[in-house]
Design a protein around this ligand. Sequence first.
Ligand code: DHB
Length: 466
Amino acid sequence: MAAGLRFDEAQGQMQTATVDGQTVTYRAFMGISYVTMPVDPIQQLNVFVPEAYFHGGSVNGYQRVTAPIFMPNTVGGYLPGPADFPGNPDAFSRGETIIQALQRGNVVVSAGVRGRTQNDGQGQNTGKAPAFIVDMKAAVRYVKFNAGRLPGNPERIITNGTSAGGATSALMGASGNADFFEMRLQELGAALATDDVFAVSAYCPIHNLEHADAAYEWQFNGITQWHRQRIRVDGGRKICTPVHGQLTPQEQQLSPQLKAAFVPYLNRLALKDAAGNPLSLGRDGEGSFKQLILRVLKDSAQQALNAGQDVTKYAGVVVQGKTVTRIDWPQYLRAITRMKGVPAFDALDLNSPEADLFGNRLTAARHFTPFAQAHTTVPAQLADADLVAAVNPLTYLLKKQSQVARHWRIRHGAADRDTAFAIPMILATKLQNQGYDVDFAMPWATPHSGDYDLPALFDWIDELCQ
Ligand code: DHB
């Protein structure tokens, strides 16, 4: 079985790319199956290696056996995330990230993973949860199985992704070697190796779906207009059209119920700030946890101000002289606006990416929270709570059943409303409280997006690996 998963160094093609006038020469290994019994052609990966590593050379202080292995994914919207390559014209591609990683001496492995819309052509779905994470794990197992054959240090794997891809990255970091996935990995013929990783880079991870609806209403309750972009892909290009709406009376009635449900959840987490003080919320939704979010937003605005930006043009930012003294929460939120209805993720008519994610082989979409199931407007089933928990990174931080990555770099833009600020804040804080190395920031005026600070990302990797 495993012989079919041996990495073959002879299959590479030399290629070049140019960044900022500098030429990067690398070897590309394309379309490698990372499992012996794939269920979809997307289950392939591409490997890119700085050419110098085949000649005993070094790049950015790394050699063939010491180079970090950077594993970006192209998952978005919990859709299929195909393997990527430099110069890929497709809308999902982040070819530029691959080139910059190579220029900084990383070995890059881009794995294609299944997503919620895939089927076998005969009416059976093949990409519902947990397919995305099973595939990513199988790809990591392939890399580790090929230790010594595949260039790079398999003890220095860094996953990277944005949004649903950020959640994929975070879940990789939290769920290393967790039992839940073992049978599924064996069914695919995954390589016999572990799947824990060294470090996580996650941009705006849309995760903790179980509690994201409540967190969203804790943040946006009282704001009844929503504004978002409808995105469609046409000829490989993304086309965005703005759409606006008003919460229905039913949504306005459900919002305070969800808001109230967030408080006991947050308090059960028993989070602490850097000084060891408890982070909590009162029944009115106010408290030290909210103050922490406001402090991080204020610091972010201060950094932007220090860098010469005019932060006074953003509603809710209070400035005295050269100091951001306060963020006015209601004003700030009204200005960034609500993006989603109620519930934000587990839509009552099952018409959301997340309900679609939790479908199964024969069911297109299912609810994944008891709340939405209780208020459903269409005939619906509730996904198994074990499954829902298994794709939530927080699960593994609360029950010690996995190998957790030591290093985390989490970014969530200060203008991102795809999920509540509380969601990344909970992840970053829980990790910190448990002694993991966490670099968390909410970059100012930054919407839902990723890979916008690649030089800093690769500096962070260098600090960990050089
Ligand atoms: C993504 C964005 C969302 O708002 C969401 O609910 C799920 C995924 C994304 O961009 O991947």
